[in-house]
Design a protein around this ligand. Sequence first.
Ligand SMILES: [Zn+2]
Length: 200
Amino acid sequence: MEQELFDLVYRAVVNRDAAYDGLYYTGVRTTGIVCRPSCRARTPKPDNVTFYPSLEEALQAGFRPCKRCRPEEGGTLRPDAVLAAQADAVIAAEYGRRLTLPELAKRLKISPSHLHRVYKAVTGVTPAAALEQVRLARARELLRDSGRPVSEIGRAVGLRGASHFAAWFQRHEGVSPTAYREQHQGGIADERECNVPAHP
Ligand SMILES: [Zn+2]
């Protein structure tokens, strides 16, 4: 497991946060017990912890289920909504990178097809569509509210190359980034003119 992901899940253990329950299982090597990440028992030291992506793997490695948090029970109820929420969190943090479905799935330690199916079932849209929406919203915001060059805005939302960004924006919004910016800034100017008393 990557250190970054370990830290994320271990933080949930420290905070007794249930966000990773059903996604990872905490094997505590000093006690030989496997727990849900949210278990209320004493927090194990990170050096003594191994996270398993399934309870089966933890059991095969010789761990016994905790009698307190009972990781073997109700493990199938939460994961779908949790997974979708975690995908949203990764998208929100990473939309500026070249984030692909396989990469997103890798971050969540599941297969791309499973992610696609679960995410769509929970949210009604595909993860790719959700990523596009986040990028578009951010691009519109930057075009309206910042003076940053169009190519820079493209990079900021994960689309390199000004023409690539312009074509993508046009395809979704029906106008070019430059036209969108002009339309909006024109709107502000018109409003301002209306509020200024007319000169004699
Ligand atoms: Zn436990």
